[in-house]
Design a protein around this ligand. Sequence first.
Ligand code: ADP
Length: 557
Amino acid sequence: QTTPAGKNITLITNKVPLVNSKGIVYGVLGTYIDITERKETELEILKEKEKAEESEKKYRLLYEFNPMPMSIFDIDTLAFLSVNNAFIDKYGFTRDEFLKMSILDIRPESENEKLKQAVRLPDNGITNVGVFIHKKKNGEIIQVEIIRHEIVFNNKKAKLVLINDVTEKIKAENSLLSINDELRVAKEKAEQSDKLKSAFLANMSHEIRTPLNSIVGFSKIIAQKGANCVYNYEEIASIIDFNSNVLIQIIDDIIDLSKIESGILTINKKPLNIEEILTNILAANELIKRKLKRNNVELKYNRNVLGGSVLADKIRLSQILNNLISNALKYTKKGVVEFGYKIIENTTVQFYIKDTGIGIPKEDATMIFTRFYKAKNEITTFRGIGLGLPITKQLVEKMDGNIWFESEADKGTTFYFTLPYIQTETTTPKRLIIKTTSDLKDKTILIAEDDDGNYLLAKMLLNEFGAIIIRAVNGQEAVQICKENNSINLVLMDMKMPIMDGLEATKLIKEFRNNLVIIALSANVFDEAKIAALNAGCDYFISKPIDEKAFIELLQS
Ligand code: ADP
């Protein structure tokens, strides 16, 4: 009860009536305790309790509904003691499942050791323990940054863990790193290619001018002196011929290299009869041997009866073999240059080209396949520009093979390269037979060519075979002549001409004389030019400068 004076009292005895001698009640006896202070204390405790409950509720809400995934685990058993909603959302397990699991169950097994070590480390307040790999219920792997601190939870030593999923962040960082890497590589490549370009131009200018100087100089001598020339006419012609071939080789190499570099080199792999290829290569290199005046060198093809086919592009395989054999001839003054092949495990053809030449010094071995690199060995007259081997290597690799060499100074060099092998029936190789004269006698050939020099050259080649030559100086004239002259047996059609080009003219001619054979002639050696010509209706394609041997073979076919 509260007294009028504001005291809190509590009665501790029953009211006892006080009666006088006359039997009149004159009062009531009662005792009480003043509990004012106690009451105040109790009230305070109650308030404190309410406050604590309120605050716990707040913290619980802060924990349960925190967007950051949080959990509490027992330090001794590693069992989950509590998880918040975001934690449940992140990992996909239910709360009940979690409460039966330990923290090992959300890690890939490989991470367990790392975890067991990390978990034992004491935390110094709130601690960022680093990035760990976790596994969700669906097996998805995530990377999480873990922040934790020690607490007591339900009387157990525990850790409160806060998780920050950094999977995407790390991915983004990694891709940024790899982009940076790519940019750095691209920059280095650009710088290197800039340097190479300068070296290339300096090199080229010298390499092209050298043979050109001979061609121009000797041609002038012949032009000025004509039949009165005191020098040996044949010798001059052979120098011009040799240097022209050098020039063609340089230009072919540059074109090949730029095709490879720009990724437009097309490789048409087909099974090719090995015997046939090597037999023809022998014939072609006999000519090279003669041109290089290697009279003291025996050129040998170690014929094999193995047969079978190699899976390769015919032109490119010939180019590889020719490069390696002509190098062997260039760098061998005496002895033998031999080549052949063997089959390895029925899957691979291993070709070899062995010479007894000057050898490649050891210090050059690693650089020999680098562009423009020339070994520091003896300089021979026939040295090229250092593009042959890099192109050869790229071609071999493009056809799924490998190339390497063994060499000893002054003893010789053997180059090896491999290509895929296909087992096929052995057939007798076809030999190329070049017939001469009379084959084209009385045949009428129309040469559509605007350039006088090129026209004259084709005419001279064909006159030798007794053909009758007619000329058109542009496509329109070619169409007109074909319309008016039924006796035309063959057309040599230059592709680039004024008024009407060769493509257009071919299309028109094929409309009224579908069976008339048209050979496209073009200085454009890129595959698109060839495809365009064949699509327009041309039957064959020959690139300029005309290779006399190939041209005659084509005419015969
Ligand atoms: P090149 O056009 O100069 O012959 P390559 O790329 O074909 O260019 O060869 C590069 C260099 O490798 C040559 O200059 C030469 O020094 C060396 N080389 C290549 N083949 C042989 C060989 N069979 N014997 C000795 N040296 C060789």
